[in-house]
Design a protein around this ligand. Structure first.
Ligand code: TRP
Length: 467
């Protein structure tokens, strides 16, 4: 096994790590999934459960993943292998790292498809802003776009190329440099949009929707927990991999806390912005809460707003930037494995792995309307028409409902029960000083996390899904 010494692997500066990890966490999950799920789940209670889940489960697992990475300075597979050898335990734990690498492969293949849409919409908005905007054409336009196979493959290819370009540059000159530019920009744009929502007619209603605490469905509970993993990039070794580039002089608890805080903040800001836009519409109930909300409802509302023709392209640029800082973290998980464990050069790893992921994403790109070739029949709807689950949805289902929860489950057991208190305390205190919450944290990994995640897995087994 190639032990790869840490100096040649590259490393993040302190701020660099925080920005890169925040960039990984902040993505389509925050800007599209979270507001849409909040809307679908009637607001307040869902947000509350989400917050509790971030604090009790997401936070502890974030700490655990970064710890595993920094301790070993290795990719997710290598890190798990090395720690089990050190602890003299069953080597099978390396499989958890493997599951992560596979998860990265799967998630990136379809995430890049939607990320490609956001780039297309930057262009769309520019042409609307400089030309004319026809509200009646937005919905059909989106439908035509997603069912145009060549466009779908083209924008997926474009986004994969962008991602590969950044990861090719390596840890400092690629990932750190790009996220250090994109993240502050994203922060500024978000603040501008939030301030803008204060002046919209629907702001008051949006806030009472967000902060109204009513009853919540059991499904909503579990969806909130699943979403907290996805949003924090947990469960597949992304934070192990990024953690492996953190210096021993930096504090893990501080970094983890900052990333969790920023990610949650961005989710909230996105809710402010989107809910306000929805409630500023003449008939908010007319909106189905669906995947298309970001690409049909949002542009329509933007172009009704004063300043909308400036804000709309900016907004989609922001979403695309957030998606890019997430896709690079997913690709890095897979690439780091090939570099560390198989001894490949970064260049070769990026080109080979990136191309394979691109190819694997092609059926996903084509399954949103271009062809039924990559879809499974699921029955018929009320009108008697055949319904299908596309390759895209199948991959999202597999990743969100299986790979992430299972990965996070085993990781919390591994760090909670297999790694000794001496080891975990030592690593968390290195670069930090005494860590008072160590015992509480350890018990939450031992008991709270496995139970909560176990509940999701059981729920999935009993046929519920969380998309
Ligand atoms: N967290 C990102 C988002 O909210 C997506 C993401 C990046 C991710 N890396 C990940 C999700 C690793 C799960 C695992 O959009």
């Amino acid at each position: 096994m190639n032990q790869g010494d840490s100096s040649s692997r590259g490393s993040f500066g302190r701020l660099g790590f925080i920005l890169a990890a925040t960039g990984s966490a902040v993505g389509l999950g925050n800007l599209w999934k979270f507001p849409y799920m909040t809307y679908a789940n009637e607001g307040g209670s869902f947000v509350l459960v989400y917050l509790v889940s971030v604090a009790l489960i997401g936070g502890p697992i974030m700490l655990a993943e970064i710890l595993v990475g920094r301790r070993t300075q290795r990719n997710s597979v290598g890190a798990m292998q090395q720690l089990t050898v050190e602890a003299n335990k069953w080597k099978g734990w390396g499989l958890v790292g493997w599951l992560g690498v596979m998860g990265g492969f799967v998630i990136l293949s379809y995430y890049s498809v939607v990320a490609g849409w956001t780039v297309y919409y930057v262009g769309q908005c520019l042409s609307w802003s400089f030309g004319t905007f026809d509200p009646a054409a937005v919905g059909p336009g989106f439908g035509a776009f997603v069912s145009n196979g060549w466009m779908q493959i083209g924008f997926h290819a474009l986004f994969m190329s962008l991602t590969m370009g950044v990861v090719l540059g390596g840890v400092q000159d690629g990932i750190e440099r790009v996220t250090t530019i994109l993240m502050p920009l994203l922060g500024v744009l978000l603040v501008v949009l939030v301030i803008n929502s204060f002046f919209q007619p629907g702001f008051g209603k949006a806030m009472s929707f967000l902060f109204h605490v009513g009853p919540i469905r059991f499904d909503g509970l579990l969806e909130a927990v699943g979403q907290s993993f996805f949003s924090l990039s947990l469960g597949m070794g992304a934070m192990i991999t990024y953690g492996s580039y953190v210096s021993k002089r930096d504090s893990i608890p501080k970094a983890a806390g900052t990333v969790v805080l920023f990610d949650t903040l961005v989710g909230f800001m996105a809710c402010f912005i989107m809910m306000t836009i929805i409630y500023s519409a003449d008939d908010p109930d007319a909106f189905g809460a669906s995947a298309a909300i970001l690409f049909t409802t949002m542009p329509t509302m933007f172009y009704k707003m004063t300043g909308g023709s400036v804000l709309a392209p900016l907004f989609y640029f922001l979403v695309a930037a957030a998606a890019l800082s997430s896709t690079i973290s997913i690709l890095e998980v897979v690439v780091a494995y090939f570099i560390d464990n198989l001894g490949w050069a970064r260049r070769k790893a990026v080109l080979v792995v990136g191309s394979l992921i691109f190819l694997f994403g092609v059926p996903a790109a084509l399954s949103n309307g271009a062809t039924l070739m990559f879809s499974l029949p699921t029955g018929t709807d009320e009108a008697g028409n055949a319904t299908y689950m596309g390759f895209f949805d199948i991959m999202d289902y597999l990743a969100t409902n299986w790979i992430l929860p299972v990965g996070a489950f085993f990781l919390s057991i591994f760090v909670g029960w297999v790694l000794s208190d001496a080891l975990t305390r030592d690593e968390l205190e290195e670069g930090h000083g005494p860590f008072k919450l160590h015992t509480v944290w350890k018990w939450s990994l031992r008991i709270v996390c496995p139970l909560a995640i176990g509940a999701i897995i059981v729920a999935v087994l009993s046929g519920r899904t969380f998309n």
